[in-house]
Design a protein around this ligand. Sequence first.
Ligand code: FAD
Ligand code: 2HG
Ligand code: ZN
Length: 489
Amino acid sequence: ADSYPEIKRDSRFAELTADDVKHFQSICPILSSETGNSEDELNAFNIDWMRKYRGQARLVLKPKNTEDISKILKYCNERKLAVVPQGGNTGLVGGGVPVFDEIVISMNALNNIRSFDPVSGILVADAGVILETADSHLRKHGHIFPLDLGAKGSCHIGGNVATNAGGLRLLRYGSLHGTVLGVEAVLPDGTILDDLSLLRKNNTGYDLKQLFIGSEGTIGIITAISVLCPQMPKAQNVAFFAVESFDKVQKTFVKAKQQLSEILSAFELMDAGTQSLVAKVTGKKRPLESQTPFYVLIETSGSNPEHDSEKLSTLLEDLMESGDVTDGTLAESETQARELWGWREGIPEVLGHGGGVYKYDVSIPLAEFYTLVEDTRAHLASQGLLKSESNPDGVVIDVVGYGHMGDSNLHLNIPVSQYDKRIEKALEPFVYIWIQKRRGSISAEHGLGVAKSEFVGYSRAETELGVMRMLKKLFDPNGIMNPYKYIKA
Ligand code: FAD
Ligand code: 2HG
Ligand code: ZN
């Protein structure tokens, strides 16, 4: 495939025939070039959210329930037809789209909320339920989904579990490894694994569901999940600060933890570059007059509106008095809170507007959290790639950093005027070596997909990778599940 000159199609996999298409048609609705669907219709499933990765699937299956998926996988496994499970197709590492002609199994039609128990707070729902739909349903019952992220309007809860998405409030509600109580999944040979537990505590043997959380469609298809949902907070407050140095950002983080403790629900960092870009693309008035290198968004979620706003106002006063922050504002309404969040959640969307963007999603110890951005900037400038007054033809528009600082998770983004192998070569393995030296993670929350698959060795030892390969072989001996990605055999 042109998109992947460095990868070869695996000849173990069969090529799709007209008989195969007919067989799938007897199971569920399909989209196929053979049955008259246009390239545009298939492109929606072949091309990813960033328009960076493009596969060539000629068949998209739209199963309606777990049994359909069981029949599909059993057949594919016997015929050695490779597949790629696809949720909302909002992933950022090329994991949800095919590399070659893998059959896309779209989870869009598995979208029933099965049950919600307001006493225990446990939701059971199909994997294809859109995150925002699940959250709205829960809100009607005084609860929320324990995960929130910018792609909530399109991503699936099954996709979230398959990528172990982190999101904006992991700091408060923890990882899906803690909140997901059960998983129903179909194994590559068609076996339905019913581990849809409603139990918080269950030490009877290996915890199988954990293997599916973050497995990116490589060992089976998640068809439903059960998840423990927190109470909807009665009060939610948002503050936005301008900060002069990263040292002061760290001081602000410590004070926020000390003074807000159990009500702190997000601590997000945005650098100046991201905020200029959001302002430029959206044309909106900036929330603060002060132009500083860093901005911080703090959110609290609690049960007493008066107490919470008092705590946040006291924190703002303290930070202003000590000079830790230069300027700050508190949202006075839900609309204002949403607007402030827009300066953070809107970043991924605007970063691609210049032509393309290289994304690195890393965990780094906090002391050096922002140093990666500075070092990458200096490195690209030294290679003559960074656009500047003295280098107006540079293809790299900027080097920016933002992310979930409360979880030590930085999003290093390099917006460019066009994708260019020279930039990629300058960035990789440069970024990964940098991370390895700090014992960080090259994939904090977006997963490996096709983008990071080559580089897992920078974050994982060979012994760990060996065990992972054994697991993959055990679940998927024919290797049909989402090939060319994740941990390669
Ligand atoms: P897809 O993109 O469709 O698939 C992702 C992977 O999961 C693929 O490997 C696919 O094969 C597999 N998969 C999907 N469904 C299933 C299933 N049912 N069974 C087995 N495998 C499956 N991520 C974060 O962690 N935190 C964020 O804050 C965050 N913010 C984002 C903001 C924006 C604007 C965007 C576009 C993305 C963001 N992401 C974030 C990326 C994140 O990975 C996805 O949004 C989400 O978790 C993927 O869900 P999806 O349904 O779109 O999955
Ligand atoms: C976020 O936190 C997402 O906004 C996306 O994880 C990050 O696009 C990115 O690099
Ligand atoms: Zn993120």
